[in-house]
Design a protein around this ligand. Structure first.
Ligand code: SF4
Ligand code: SF4
Ligand code: SF4
Length: 264
């Protein structure tokens, strides 16, 4: 009776010693600064930095000297604290914000059919190109809003259009790729005027599809040729050299130029 017990105890002891030795010889040492930097991040885990989450970003800061300000959620102060902790210098990029380039709601571009399927822009687009008269406009089914980790996009339920709240948007860019109509761009937060149309149609077709669609009249680009270029029949803002001339708002005959992202 005693012999089997001693045998089992011996095996247990041997296994314990093996595990302890494996722990000593095969353990992977992690840099303690990774945890320190992770604790200093806001912890949104949004992936807006381009890494898999806050832990992966902290590793990149510590091991690959990635600049802490690449975390779009970090405040200036938080990024500066991390940089100082790591002995890095920090230079801030222009803050960016999401822009939905469409202002035609369902009264400007009426529904041409009924859709009772899943409330999702991509799904609706698969059904005969969705229901809005304009084939380039916002469908208002919140695919972008659901992708935003910061609740910065609201769908105006009555008007069926997406509205970005710039004060909530941290510029992570997660909404950009999910829009099946490619309506969302990241633009400098400081830009004071925006052209909110993405339709390339000629005026005659555009007028039938949406009363707020750009008709390619060139009035805005004549007033500010440095900043506004014509892409066929569509006026496009050059955000590398954006317009600060708010007079372009009043020259647009269809009123698709706006001073604020929330006012459309
Ligand atoms: S609106 Fe877009 S860019 Fe702004 S926080 Fe939301 S997902 Fe990120
Ligand atoms: S911006 Fe794009 S994803 Fe967002 S509601 Fe409009 S169509 Fe849908
Ligand atoms: S003034 Fe308005 S309608 Fe004319 S090109 Fe510019 S954005 Fe388009």
């Amino acid at each position: 009776m005693i012999a089997p017990l001693l045998f089992m105890a011996g095996i247990g002891l041997l296994l314990g010693i093996t595990i302890a030795l494996a722990n000593i010889f095969f353990s992977v040492k992690t840099d303690p600064r990774i945890e320190e930097v992770e604790d200093m991040l806001p912890g949104a885990n949004c992936g807006g930095c381009g890494f898999a989450g806050c832990n992966a970003f902290a590793k990149a800061v510590v091991l690959d000297a990635v600049e802490p300000q690449k975390c779009p959620v970090c405040s200036k102060e938080e990024a500066e604290n991390i940089a100082s902790h790591m002995g890095m210098s920090v230079e801030f990029d222009t803050p960016y914000v999401a822009l939905v380039k469409c202002c035609g709601d369902n009264s400007d571009s009426p529904e041409r059919a009924l859709y009772n399927g899943v409330t999702d822009c991509s799904a609706a687009l698969l059904v005969a190109g969705a229901t809005k008269s304009c084939q380039h406009g916002c469908l208002g089914m919140a695919t972008c809003a659901r992708a935003c980790p910061f609740n910065a996009i609201e769908i105006d339920e009555k008007r069926h259009i997406a509205i970005v709240h710039p004060e909530l948007c941290v510029g992570c860019g997660k909404c950009v790729s999910v829009c099946p109509r490619n309506l969302i761009d990241m633009v400098p937060k400081s830009a004071p005027v925006h052209i909110l149309c993405s339709s390339p149609e000629k005026a005659v077709l555009q007028k039938k599809a949406c009363s707020k669609g750009c008709i390619g009249c060139r009035k805005c680009s004549k007033l500010d040729p440095e900043s506004i270029k014509m892409d066929g029949f569509l006026a496009v803002m050059d955000y590398d050299n954006y317009s600060t001339n708010t007079e372009i708002i009043d020259v647009c005959p269809v009123h698709c130029i706006y001073p604020s992202l929330e006012e459309k």
